[in-house]
Write a protein that binds this ligand. Structure first.
Ligand SMILES: [Zn+2]
Length: 196
């Protein structure tokens, strides 16, 4: 067991029991100080670990401390867990940011689809307005057509009457001739009677 005695500690070091490794870190780099807070006190050795800084007020107490191995293995275990936790945290961060990016992409997709829905709704309303206007035009054209049919029927009726009147013309002329002849005959008879 290697110890590093302080000045004047050569004699003391020889009296010390063999020091066990540091109970906390297992280091063999130990230093022995001679403690004497007041001048009337007999100095006593204080063992300190140069690796982790822990200490004990006597070599016997130092050697009675619980062995370092369980603490060291627990420390190793903790460090292992810390590394695992850090790795898990990195994985979690990656998956979180991945999910965050996916969510952002989904939100953009929803916004695109919502906008498309609004566009379709506007286009449908415009088309509906145009269809209504066309239907009104068709109704107006139907009314015009009906009026035109009525006018054509009137024209046809007038044409028929005109044709009938024209057909009657020769007969009227004939009747008028007969009437005129009858009048002339009657006039001649009257003239003869007057002349006699
Ligand atoms: Zn130590």
């Amino acid at each position: 067991m290697k110890t590093t005695p302080t000045t004047g500690g050569e004699a003391v070091a020889e009296q010390l029991p063999t020091l066990l490794p540091c109970p906390f870190c297992g280091s063999l780099s130990l230093k022995v100080y001679m403690n004497a807070p007041s001048s009337d006190q007999t100095p006593w050795p204080h063992v300190a670990c140069l690796e982790c800084g822990c200490g004990q007020s006597s070599a016997d107490k130092w050697n009675r401390r619980p062995p370092h191995a369980p603490a060291q293995s627990a420390l190793d275990e903790l460090q292992l867990r810390a590394v695992e936790a850090e790795t898990n945290l990195e994985d979690y961060k990656r998956s979180f940011y991945g999910a965050f990016a996916d969510a952002a992409e989904l939100r953009r997709e929803v916004e695109r689809m919502t906008q498309a829905g609004v566009d379709i709704s506007i286009a449908w309303q415009e088309a509906n307005t145009k269809v209504n206007a066309l239907m009104a035009e068709v109704e107006a054209l139907r009314a015009d057509r009906d009026r035109l049919h009525e006018a054509l029927a009137s024209v046809a009726s007038i044409c028929n009457e005109t044709r009938a009147a024209r057909d009657l013309q020769p007969r009227m002329t004939e009747i008028r001739g007969i009437a005129r002849a009858a009048i002339d005959t009657a006039r001649a008879s009257t003239d003869e009677g007057v002349g006699k």
